[in-house]
Design a protein around this ligand. Structure first.
Ligand code: PLP
Length: 431
């Protein structure tokens, strides 16, 4: 039996309607920007395998670092014990994050990094005796993961509709999404800033924190906002003394061109959530990093003030070793990231000449545009995705949004070749 058929017999895949889904593509190996199936067919990974891969598949330096670490120490409980890779990684993260960040709390996926941030922020105020604060501010369309806290602040109707009754209430504002030559950007930003200001006039002393995906909302369809907006938002929120949480699970580690969206926009949250690219896409790892004032609020003579949160695989040494190796490569990838951005800029200009292309946008290594396919999980969207796969491109339209989020090792010829295929396929849909 083929791998896909054996899979169908025993596996329930994430985010999949198994009754209508095609058999999964059986991948046997990866190298550079490509994945290879059982027949040897290659797939150019333009989504970095759910936005995690930074430097290419099975990168030998990261593979070697994991192997070396596995021979020495594979794992140790992280309460009451520590190890070199966890400490070194925390030191390196604090080196590249904006000044003010002081402590790293490890977990093992993006959703848990967000859960930890929400608990840190909520308990921060309680530890200060401010028990009235229960409100979180977030943005429509935000996606922060599929655990209950993360679902609450996202409330994504496509993913979370069955659980809405179980989620805590959150005050949502619209994300001022913008694109190339968008004339209404400033007006949208000012409108939402005014709405948030009005809200804070009434509810600031009940509010815990604002959480958002800075610069790019990923799952909402690579919706992009401006650095200017983030700066103004930061100023506004700070003026009311409320905490700011950046979910940089997707935008972290070079995706926006700079190391983080916060460094790119010269803004500083109090808490930042990191995962996905942290280990170069090799192992599940996450970090929630906070300022000293947050950490200090949890100090006390008894356990009652401590952050009572843990995961069995917190700070797994193999994940930390992978992350350290990935960080070295990240420092060497600045030119590659710049060159990807330049190609996106030029290729989007070519795409904009086609009928039906709307809202072209890019930020660092990510580019996207809208093209009416009939929404999320529509027949057209699924068919187009299948055609891309048939033509050797791993691309997953998000509803009506087609986006590119390649690993940094992609060559210019590979990326431009992918744009050529996308243009051909789109012209096929238009015809
Ligand atoms: C911005 C953001 N936050 C959190 C998550 C959740 O991460 P994970 O899937 O690792 O739980 C995602 C996943 O796509 C994300 O894009």
């Amino acid at each position: 039996m083929m791998l896909s058929e054996r899979d169908r017999a025993v596996i329930w895949h994430p985010l999949t309607q198994h009754q209508t889904a095609n058999l999964p593509v059986p991948i046997v190996r990866g190298s550079g920007s490509y994945l290879y199936d059982e027949q040897g067919k290659s797939y150019l990974d333009l989504v970095s395998s759910w936005w995690v891969n930074l430097h290419g598949h099975s990168h030998p330096e990261i593979a070697e670092a994991i192997y070396e670490q596995a021979k020495t120490l594979e794992h140790v409980i992280f309460a009451g014990f520590t190890h070199e890779p966890a400490v070194q990684l925390a030191e390196k993260l604090l080196e590249i994050l904006p000044a003010g960040f002081a402590k790293v709390f490890y977990s093992d996926n993006g959703s848990t990094s967000v859960e930890v941030a929400l608990k840190m922020a909520y308990q921060y105020w309680r530890n200060h005796g401010e028990t009235k604060r229960k409100r979180f501010i977030a943005f429509d369309g935000g996606y922060h993961g599929d655990t209950f806290g993360a679902m609450s602040i996202g409330k994504n109707l496509t993913y979370h509709m069955h659980f809405l009754d179980l989620l805590f209430s959150v005050d949502l504002f619209s994300y001022p999404a913008t694109w190339i030559a968008d004339k209404s950007a400033i007006e949208k930003e000012e409108r939402v800033l005014n709405q948030i200001a009005e809200f804070l006039e009434k509810y600031a002393d009940e509010t815990v924190a604002l959480i958002l995906e800075p610069l790019i909302q990923g799952a909402a369809g690579m919706q992009m906002c401006t650095e200017r907006f983030l700066k103004k938002l930061e100023k506004l929120i700070r003026s009311y003394g409320i905490l700011i949480i950046y979910d940089e699970v997707m935008t972290g580690f070079g995706r926006t061109g700079d190391y983080f969206a916060c460094t790119k926009s010269s803004t500083t949250p109090d808490i930042i959530c990191l995962s996905k690219g942290i280990s170069g896409g090799f192992l599940p790892l996450a970090a929630t990093v906070c300022h000293e004032k947050i950490y200090e609020a949890f100090l006390g003579d008894t356990f009652a003030k401590a952050l009572a949160h843990s995961h069995s695989y917190s700070a797994n040494p193999l994940g930390c070793a992978a992350a350290l190796a990935s960080m070295k490569l990240l420092h060497q990838s600045a030119d590659k990231r710049l060159s990807i951005e330049k190609t996106h800029h030029e290729e989007l200009a070519r795409l904009m000449l086609l009928t039906g292309i709307e809202k072209p946008r890019y930020c660092g290594t990510i580019a996207a545009f809208d093209f009416n396919l009939g929404g999320y999980a529509s027949q057209n969207s699924r068919q187009l995705q299948k055609r891309f796969v048939d033509r050797g491109l791993l691309l997953r339209p998000l509803g009506d949004v087609i986006y590119f989020l390649p690993p940094y090792c992609i060559t210019d010829a590979e990326l431009r070749g992918a744009y050529d295929i996308v243009i051909e396929e789109i012209q096929g849909v238009i015809a």
